[in-house]
Every structure is written in structure tokens, then in C-alpha cells.
Ligand binder design. Structure first.
Ligand SMILES: Nc1ncnc2c1ncn2[C@@H]1O[C@H](COP(=O)(O)OP(=O)(O)OP(=O)(O)O)[C@@H](O)[C@H]1O
Length: 383
């Protein structure tokens, strides 16, 4: 079954005083956009600027003062987007504060923008999904659950509140009558969380089957959890009160279940090579894209920072082919020297070591180096 979905895209960006960029414009096409350049030329910062417009924060976990160009007081990003029709988003950052404007109006809830202008990212700084701690994967899964099943937000809030209340009462050595109230809340709100997680995992696993041409071997998700049956769950909570009082925390429940990414039935973080982990990470992003298409009829923008690293040329080619057929706008970076096969329809733009478009020296305009440029001899020759 083909689902019709609208691709989101960003067409034109202008940024000032963001990290190394004093003032830079960037024009993107709807399809595959590749920015190449030397280390430190500001490629990642370009992707960061798109993410900032959607999320109001950086994917590098940098606090706002680090985004400001040294010595400046304010950075600004303007973006012309296409979402059904043209839309204008801007972000302004001052020390410790970032504000987003949509069509000139201040946005109070960032979620309103990030869910209307979905931007997914795969970047070295955030690549903990595949090989990071279990909490990273659980947070990612819960983020998807809350995005696609809005009422689940309340269940998460109530669940966390019940956990905290139970812990507080345990510390205060409260009686069983008080504790049981919060334990019932834990189970009541935990059950729908588990059901929604399983539903999202099942959807993702179906989508991951379609990515097997990319990953070569099956990649799947599995959540490790006990068989939560209401009565047994309540009894277990009651039985663990003393232990939890001593430990100061509850180590049983959806908040501590682990999500595993399996590759050929083994955990990819330990069993997969770097290249295999890379392919799995890209496959997961494609699957995430699939959820947006299924539930929101929107094709998100994909930001892929140095996503071809650790891949041999055959696998790099396979990734580029997969990205090309995704219908998503892809904004990706790679170091100078990458070799793009002729049949890949990609716009390559070259950022000089000074953080200007490589054609600046020649005619003062951004260079849109046509497809299939071979950057084998590095940045300077390509420019
Ligand atoms: N607040 C800041 N003010 C000025 N320059 C900054 C600031 N923060 C970072 N930089 C510099 O901005 C440059 C941009 O880094 P960025 O990570 O975007 O480059 P990159 O092209 O992606 O590099 P790489 O290929 O090494 O990943 C770096 O040279 C960095 O030192």
C-alpha cells in the first residue's frame, strides 16, 4: 500500500554569527544535498542551523552560548521552508536564550514547530542510538511514542509522578495504605506505555525489513521486559518495598526496560562492525521517517552528518542510492575527497576552509557544483 505524504524541505537559509559563520546563505534542492569541505569549515554548523529552526536547540548538546560566534551577542537564522506552501522560520539566540518565529510570530511551545517541521538527525555527537547506553534508546523510543500517540504524554507524566511519590513515601517510611495508591498508579499508567511501545517497535520492525537491502542482514528492535500482568506487577511492587527503600529507587518497570538493536540476532553495539553499525543507524532513521509518513503524512528532512564514515565505497554507494529513492530532502556532509558515483543525483556544494562557498573567490555566488563531481583530489582542486 502506498501512502501519500508531503515532503518537507528547506530552500534557502541565511545565518549570521552562528559558530564560525559570520554571514552565510545556503540554497538547497529538494533531493540530495551534500556539503563537502575541510575539517572545521562549518559543515556541521549548517546542519545544526536547520535543526535549530525545528527544535530550538542544537543536536550537539551545546548550550546556546557556544552557538554564538565568539565575541558576538546574537545569532540569527532565517529559513525559507516548503511545507504544503512556503513558510518562513527564524531563530534568534542570545546568551542562554533561543526564540523561534514562524511566519513572524513568536512560538511558545517548541513541540509545535518540531512536530510540524520534523527534522531527523544522524550526527557523530548524537550517535548513541546504536552503541550508547540503554537509556538513550529508551528515550528515543519514548519520544516516538509521545510524538505519534499524543495522549501517551499524560501517561508518561502520571507514571513518573507515581514513581517519585512512591520513592518519597518509602523514604518517609509511610504505611502500606499510602504506598499502594501510588503503586496502582504506576501499573495503571505503565500498562498503556508498554502497549504503545510494543506497537511502535512492531511498526519499526516492519519498516526495518524493507531496509535489508541497505543493512544486508536483518536489523530489528526488541525490548527486554518481564511479562507485566497487573496483579503480579502489583504484588511485585509490594514485595519490593523494603529493598527499594534501601536502594532509594525502583529498578523494576518500564522506566528501566532495555531496548536492544539486534543485528543477525545479536546486539549490534557489541556484535556489529563500525560499518554495520553505520548502516543500521541509517536504516533506523529511514524507519523513523516511515513512521512520520504513516502517522503524519509528512516526509521529514534528514540531516546526516558525516554519515558515510567507516563505509567502503560499495556501501557508500548503497546508502546514497537508498537516500535518493526516499523522496526526503537530505542535507548531508562529508569531508573533501569523497567520491560520488555518476548515477547519483546529488547537488554538491563546497565549503572552503574559511567557511565561505568555494565559488566566492570567483564570482561571489554559492557554487552549486553539479552532480557526479569527483572530489578525489580534495577541496582546493574541486573549487
Ligand atoms: N562559538 C564559536 N565561535 C566561533 N567559531 C566556533 C565556535 N564554535 C565552534 N567554532 C568553530 O567553528 C568551526 C565549525 O565547526 P563544524 O563542526 O561546523 O565544522 P565541520 O566542517 O563540520 O568540521 P568536521 O569536518 O571536523 O566535523 C570549527 O572550526 C570550530 O572551531
Amino acid at each position: 500500500m502506498t501512502i501519500m505524504a508531503t515532503p518537507l524541505s528547506v530552500r534557502e537559509l541565511r545565518l549570521s554569527d552562528l559558530r564560525c559563520h559570520k554571514a552565510l546563505s545556503w540554497t538547497c534542492t529538494n533531493g540530495l544535498n551534500l556539503v563537502v569541505g575541510a575539517n572545521g569549515s562549518g559543515k556541521t554548523t549548517l546542519l545544526e542551523s536547520v535543526y535549530l529552526m525545528s527544535h530550538g536547540r542544537s543536536f550537539r548538546q551545546a548550550r546556546d552560548p557556544f552557538l554564538l560566534r565568539h565575541g558576538e551577542q546574537r545569532f540569527v537564522i532565517h529559513g525559507q521552508w516548503q511545507r504544503f506552501g512556503p513558510m518562513h522560520l527564524s531563530v534568534e539566540g542570545r546568551k542562554g536564550q533561543t526564540s523561534i518565529r514562524l511566519q513572524g510570530r513568536d512560538i511558545q511551545r517548541r513541540k509545535d514547530v518540531s512536530e510540524s517541521f520534523p527534522v531527523l538527525v544522524d550526527a557523530p555527537q548524537g550517535r548513541k542510538l546504536v552503541d550508547g547506553a540503554p537509556g538513550e534508546r529508551r528515550r528515543w523510543l519514548d519520544g516516538l511514542v509521545m510524538t505519534f500517540f499524543e495522549p501517551m504524554r499524560l501517561h508518561y507524566q502520571h507514571y513518573m509522578r507515581a514513581l517519585m511519590q512512591r520513592s518519597r513515601l518509602l523514604r518517609q517510611k509511610a504505611g502500606d495504605d499510602e504506598l499502594v495508591v501510588w503503586e496502582q498508579q504506576i501499573v495503571t499508567h505503565g500498562e498503556p506505555i508498554i502497549a504503545a511501545r510494543l506497537r511502535v517497535i512492531s511498526e519499526l520492525n516492519k519498516l526495518l525489513v524493507d531496509e535489508q537491502r541497505l543493512t544486508e542482514y536483518p536489523v530489528s528492535l526488541e525490548i527486554n521486559m518481564p511479562d507485566y500482568k497487573r496483579q503480579e506487577w502489583l504484588e511485585r511492587l509490594a514485595g519490593k518495598r523494603e529493598e527499594d527503600r534501601r536502594a532509594g529507587t525502583l529498578r523494576f518497570g518500564p522506566h528501566s526496560d532495555t531496548l536492544r538493536i539486534l543485528f543477525q540476532q545479536r546486539e549490534i553495539g557489541s556484535a556489529g562492525s563500525r560499518g554495520q553499525q553505520r548502516l543500521a543507524a541509517i536504516a533506523l532513521k529511514m524507519a523513523e521517517c516511515g513512521l512520520w509518513i504513516r502517522y503524519r503524512r509528512l516526509i521529514p528532512i534528514l540531516l546526516l552528518d558525516d554519515c558515510l564514515e567507516a563505509l567502503d565505497s560499495e556501501r557508500q554507494c548503497r546508502v546514497l542510492e537508498r537516500l535518493q529513492e526516499s523522496h526526503a530532502q537530505i542535507l548531508m556532509t562529508a569531508p573533501a575527497g569523497i567520491n560520488v558515483p555518476d548515477h547519483i543525483d546529488v547537488d554538491i556544494q563546497v565549503l572552503s576552509a574559511q567557511g565561505t562557498w568555494a565559488a566566492d573567490d570567483r564570482n561571489g555566488r554559492n557554487t552549486m557544483v553539479s552532480k557526479a563531481i569527483k572530489l578525489v583530489n580534495g577541496l582546493e582542486e574541486a573549487a
